[in-house]
Design a protein around this ligand. Structure first.
Ligand SMILES: O=c1ccn([C@@H]2O[C@H](COP(=O)(O)OP(=O)(O)O[C@H]3O[C@H](CO)[C@@H](O)[C@H](O)[C@H]3O)[C@@H](O)[C@H]2O)c(=O)[nH]1
Ligand SMILES: [Mn+2]
Length: 933
């Protein structure tokens, strides 16, 4: 028997992703591998006093972090689901009762967000396949620019032709610019009539675009246009984008029977809003704009569903609103869904996605994972909200909307009166002593207002849904230069990190309010920023110790190498497969790894520092708007997938310093392996350190090119290159201080009568540096001048130098012949003496290699010079240390502690100056830097 209740087919379905069992088993093996690595670390910590103890403990810390973070990323994959909608069922059941939908488009700067682009977004949503009388589009202009208003006025006129055209030919996509690009010049498909119409509408569009662009270029609107529309009078009292009255104009009133398109059909409502701005009132960026929109729209159209779009996010599918409604209007499953997030795709991503800005894996994998645990994060653009939940409504079992009841909203007063009444809702003072920005609307005080708002909604018991349809719903513009990418990610990671530290922390506040899986998922994003610490450690320390000759990972012969090998191999193979599955290319994956590293060592570092400073009460929040336009040549290089550095940025200095450091270390290590300088066979004792350092160098190739080889405008700015040269010097100094000189060539021996050493000088003309110090004499009471003699002989037995009765000496000479040189010491005193002896041959290898590829010449030169400098400093350092040792032994009071003290003092000094430079930089960045609002 069937149940009494009539079966109503659902409006949407949720399906488990396939292959989850396989994935989970795989994840478990990786987990075991990670545990083994940690076990190895813990059980092999060097004992107190042994070399590298603290470095080892640091590595343990970094690996603990990576392990923990890996667990978080698994939460995003453990329980993926996919959604399916049934729009036809929606039409069948609800076509007459479809709810009102309000669409908010935000813009904030007519220069970096060109009005033509904004109008394409507006037109694309005006043309939604949805009853126009139920659609209202609001453009929020945070610049309060008459240029944008003028453009919107033009667009409202063009819409009267564009909307009927779209309907007539069922056009896709409905952003005019994107549509015309997709149409080949000859016009494919469609009949004669469509070709004619296409030509006509295209011309109309072009004319409109030209007018808007001209006005934008001149920075003012034509006088006749100003006189023609009374709306411009609102700018009479305007003084600047930070100081003006509320400007509100209903350009198309959907309820006015006279506002129709050329076919006589109704048009959607179209409203321009620039909320009031005053210098003494903080405006809270996009969150402030959104809250003003929520209030203003509640008086004008009061749609129960609200869609938020960035000004560059054009609609790409005319049916998207209906897709979203399937999640809100299902009879059984909709009562607890507060918002539906669509993915953010970008129209301008190149094939191999140089900056990894498509966020492919997040979009195609991770958000499906959050959806399995109660719903995705709210990430701004492309999100449909229920108005009541956005305004702070708590969840309860009777939260279901009665769609039919709400639809008979008709207003009485005239448009003009409505405008005047509504204006006050967008004034600066309206929010004073209200819950706006806290309990109501989008939250203030966080650079990612969206994420924190979404989290608080979910904490009230609501769920969300993630819909990632085959045909992309929205297409935006991704940043096209490296500094922009890094700055954007700094804002995101900083905002996310602030959320962990805020009242709404996903780590504790959310506990018990949302599912554990989602909590971990949130943490994964919110802990982006602190990743910088472990990553910096991993990209600096193992490389330095590679150069120093200290092994920090298992040797080739050790069975402990296995878990490392497995984890590395499995993790990266998985990540590659996942990336390809998400629609990427192999090169795209490689680029993704690079950006992963760059983000972690620059954006996240600055985000962490700024968050800490902010928590301590320094600094303020800023919102750096992402550029949506690029110069011609910048765009060309972007198309060619050439990395664009261009501007100076403190982030570049960090990136370049790291890149250079790894290059030195690798070159140093390779040289040791090839020349067999070292007693340790590096490739056997330190395979992983070589691998790590090598991969870091490979990943950084575009940086070396940008620093040293490229000549175009997108190269690294000269100031950075110079800065790096200077910093290179510091790094070298630091390296010299860190590496113990004994590891290189020095030798300490006890001499009785005579002792000889030989050293092969490989090239004629090399400079030989020799130094020795008598460190200790085996007699506790006798400290007279007990010097030794040293005779230096060339390959043919000719005497080059002869020293008599010296306690210490430091010389250099040019070898006139290549071959084995001999150094013989004679001790004439009756006591054993300890001598510290050091020999080092300086050779500029690039002189004779005549580098095959001239592009590499400057690079090799730089490396050789720096390397030479490095060894010279080490040499000096060694000599000084031997001297100090002697002193220390002679004079008991002089302990090594003094040296350490000096070392720490200078380290503190360096740290202090780095901090100073950083703060100064920040100051200048604030003053001159990218446009901030
Ligand atoms: O004071 C402001 C600053 C920005 N915006 C608008 O906010 C949108 C997003 O700015 P954008 O510079 O493009 O930042 P993105 O990092 O690309 O934006 C992403 O991240 C933001 C949070 O940092 C979200 O709000 C966005 O929806 C999401 O697309 C744009 O339309 C701006 O016009 C304002 O309206 N007022
Ligand atoms: Mn954007």
């Amino acid at each position: 028997m069937r149940s009494e209740k009539k079966y109503v087919p659902p409006l949407f379905e949720t399906k488990r992703a396939r292959g989850l069992v396989f994935f989970r088993s795989f994840a478990v093996t990786l987990f075991v591998g990670i545990c083994l690595i940690l076990f190895y670390r813990v059980s092999n910590i060097p004992r107190d006093g042994e070399e590298g103890r603290w470095v080892w403990i640091g590595l343990l810390g970094a690996e603990l972090w990576f392990g923990f973070y890996w667990v978080l990323t698994q939460a995003l994959r453990w329980n993926q689901v996919h959604r399916l909608t049934f729009k036809d069922r929606l039409s069948q059941r609800y076509e007459k009762d479809l709810p009102r939908v309000d669409i908010f488009v935000c813009t904030a700067d007519p220069v970096i967000e060109p009005p033509v682009m904004v109008m394409n977004t507006v037109l694309s949503v005006m043309a939604y396949d949805y009853p126009p009388e139920k659609l209202a589009i609001y453009l929020s202009d945070d610049a309060g620019s008459d240029l944008t208003f003028y453009a919107l006025l033009e667009a409202s006129r063009f819409a009267k032709q564009w909307l009927p055209y779209c309907k007539k030919f069922d056009v896709q996509p409905r952003s005019p610019a994107a549509y015309f690009v997709s149409k080949s010049p000859t016009g494919d498909g469609g009949g004669q009539s469509q070709t004619m119409d296409l030509m006509a509408i295209k011309n109309l569009y072009q004319e409109m675009a030209d007018r808007i662009e001209t006005a934008t270029m001149l920075g003012r609107i034509p006088e006749e246009a100003r006189l023609e529309h009374e709306g411009f009078s609102q700018w009479d009292s305007y003084s600047s984008k930070r100081d003006h009255d509320t400007i509100l104009k209903i350009l198309i009133d959907g309820e006015d029977p006279c506002s129709t398109d050329t076919d006589g059909s109704a048009l959607p409502t179209l409203v321009y809003l620039a909320r009031e701005k005053r210098p003494q009132h903080f405006h809270n960026f996009k969150a402030g704009a959104m809250n003003a929109l929520i209030r203003v729209s509640s008086k004008i159209s009061n749609g129960q569903i609200v869609l938020n779009l960035d000004c560059d996010m054009c609609s790409n599918d005319p049916l998207t609103v209906r897709d979203a409604l399937c999640f809100f209007m299902d009879e059984e499953k909709s009562h607890d869904i507060a918002f539906v997030q669509f993915p953010q795709w970008f129209a301008n991503v190149t094939k191999n996605d140089l900056y990894s800005s498509s966020l492919r894996v997040i979009t195609n994998v991770e958000f499906h994972g959050t959806d399995g645990y109660g719903g995705p994060l709210y990430v701004g653009t492309g999100c449909f909200h229920r108005r009541d939940t956005l305004c702070g409504r708590e969840f309860s079992q009777d939260s279901k909307i009665e769609w039919k009841k709400h639809n008979d909203h008709r207003r009485q007063q005239s448009v003009h009166k409505l405008e005047e009444e509504t204006k006050t809702l967008a004034s600066c003072t309206h929010e004073q002593n209200t819950k706006w920005g806290d309990e109501m609307g989008l939250k203030y005080g966080c650079p990612v207002e969206d994420v924190i708002t979404g989290l608080s909604i979910q904490c009230k018991g609501w769920k969300s849904a993630y819909f990632n349809p085959e045909r992309k719903a929205f297409l935006g513009l991704a940043p096209t230069t490296l500094p922009q990418v890094l700055v954007q990610h700094k804002r995101w990671s900083e905002g996310d990190f602030q959320i962990v530290l805020s009242k709404y922390s996903p780590a504790w506040y959310a506990h018990g309010r949302i599912s554990l899986g989602l909590q971990l998922g949130y943490c994964c994003y919110c802990f982006w920023a602190p990743n910088c610490l472990a990553t910096l450690y991993y990209s600096i320390v193992p490389s330095l110790f590679l150069l120093k000759g200290v092994s920090l990972f298992p040797q080739v012969s050790s069975p402990w190498l296995l878990p490392f090998a497995y984890v590395i191999f499995a993790k990266y193979t998985y990540s590659l497969v996942e990336f390809l599955w998400a629609g990427g290319t192999v090169l795209g994956w490689w680029n993704d790894q690079r950006i992963w590293l760059y983000k972690r060592t620059s954006s996240y570092l600055f985000a962490t520092v700024d968050t800490v400073l902010k928590t301590l009460g320094f600094g303020d929040t800023a919102f750096v708007i992402t550029d949506k336009v690029a110069d011609e040549d910048v765009s060309q290089r972007y198309e060619k997938e050439m990395m664009e550095f261009g501007a100076t940025s403190p982030m570049f200095e960090v990136l370049s310093t790291l890149a250079m450091l790894n290059l030195f270390c690798l070159v140093g290590a390779v040289k040791k392996v090839i020349m067999n300088y070292s007693i340790h066979r590096l490739h056997e004792t330190m395979p992983l350190q070589i691998l790590l350092c090598g991969v870091l160098v490979l990943v950084n190739l575009p940086l070396y090119q940008g620093l040293l080889l490229r000549k175009d405008k997108g190269r690294m700015p000269c100031s950075v290159t110079m800065g790096i040269a200077l910093k290179g010097y510091f790094v070298v100094l630091l390296l010299a201080l860190l590496s113990s000189p004994e590891a290189v060539f020095g030798i300490r021996f006890v001499i009785d009568r005579e002792e000889c050493f030989s050293h092969d000088v490989k090239y004629e003309g090399d400079t030989v540096h020799v130094s020795f110090v008598v460190v200790k004499v085996d007699s506790s009471w006798h400290y007279s001048d007990d010097g030794v003699d040293l005779v230096v002989k060339g390959p043919t037995g000719d005497q080059i130098h002869d020293f008599r009765d010296k306690i210490s000496e430091k010389i250099e000479f040019v070898a006139h012949q290549k071959g084995v040189h001999r150094f013989c010491f004679t001790n004439k005193s009756p006591y054993h003496e300890t001598i510290d002896f050091d020999v080092h041959v300086g050779h500029f290898s690039y002189y004779d290699e005549h580098a095959k590829d001239e592009h590499f010449q400057p690079l090799l030169e730089q490396i050789s010079k720096l390397e030479e400098a490095l060894y010279n400093i080490q040499f000096e350092q060694h000599w000084l240390e031997a001297q100090t040792d002697r002193q220390a032994i002679i004079n008991d009071a002089m302990s090594r502690r003094t040296i350490h003290k000096a070392f720490f003092e200078s380290a503190a000094l360096v740290a202090a100056s780095i901090l100073q430079v950083y703060l100064l930089r920040r100051l200048f960045e604030r003053k001159l830097g990218m446009s901030r609002v």
